[in-house]
Design a protein around this ligand. Structure first.
Ligand code: ZN
Length: 259
């Protein structure tokens, strides 16, 4: 199906996690993406009269799979995760691979393998709805830490996400944007689009409003981790512009120690 069919609801949980409900209007089926916890997710679905049919996990971390078992017990839902990571995904029923399609009613997501944050991280791209669920790989103005992967893996992962359309909505799993902004400004203080976005981010956070989802087009223009092949970013970290993996690695290293 090529027409949009999803209603997406964002549920803030724990300190700064976002869990998502993606409801297919055509069939009534509903997916939960990365349930950190179960109770607020079950409550929100019940309040809307939505039947949870699937959990889509991007990776194995506890604040992404913590609600799997309780939601599955309450709803009998399927649990979709990366096949080679199956032993780390509680309750997994559907083992998927890069390039595979996942159906939630009439809505279809493509699985994109994006190793780096973990060795088994995947993203779900609902092309018709322009909705990207990217877990802890790409954040608004940031990217995930490299817990199990290398810059040589993460940079191509981010390039794959960057190749999606500008209109893609980036449903990442954390509200980290304000601190990511402070860091991004140390890399590209002369980026006018970044400064303009920074004003919007600051205003939203002052009112405790979410900055997520963002649009992929604004990430391409302002997120330093998607811009490691830009001469301005290479120059900012004192490296030549012809080795984006090295530039990405250095930007990531600086963020790791940024306070
Ligand atoms: Zn994680």
């Amino acid at each position: 199906m090529t027409t949009p069919t999803l209603d997406v609801v964002q549920i803030p949980v724990l300190e700064d996690n976002y869990v998502y409900l993606a409801h297919d209007r055509a069939s009534g089926q509903t997916a939960v993406i990365d349930p950190a916890v179960a109770d607020p997710v079950l409550a929100e679905a019940a309040r809307r009269g939505w039947r949870i049919s699937h959990i889509l996990n991007t990776h194995n971390h506890g604040d992404h799979v913590g609600g799997n078992k309780a939601i599955q017990e309450a709803t009998g839902c399927r649990i979709v995760g990366f096949g080679p990571d199956a032993e780390r995904i509680p309750g997994i029923t559907d083992r998927v691979q890069d390039g595979q399609r996942v159906s939630v009613g009439s809505a279809v997501a493509e699985v994109i393998f994006v190793p780096g944050h973990t060795r088994g991280h995947i993203a779900y791209w609902f092309a018709a709805d322009r909705a990207l669920f990217c877990g802890d790989t790409l954040f608004a103005l940031g990217c995930g830490r490299l817990f199990e992967g290398t810059p040589q893996q993460m940079w191509p992962s981010l390039q794959r996400l960057r190749s999606l359309p500008d209109e893609a909505r980036v449903y990442c799993a954390h509200e980290y944007t304000a601190s990511n902004l402070r860091f991004a400004l140390t890399v590209e203080q002369d980026n006018a689009a970044l400064r303009e976005r920074g004003e919007r981010v600051t205003a939203l956070r002052a009112r405790q409003q979410p900055t997520v989802p963002s649009l992929l087009g604004e990430e391409k223009a302002t997120n330093p981790f998607l811009r490691a092949d830009r001469p301005s970013v290479a120059a900012a970290v004192g490296l030549p512009p012809d080795d984006p993996v090295a530039v990405f690695a250095e930007v990531r290293r600086r963020k790791d120690v940024f306070r």
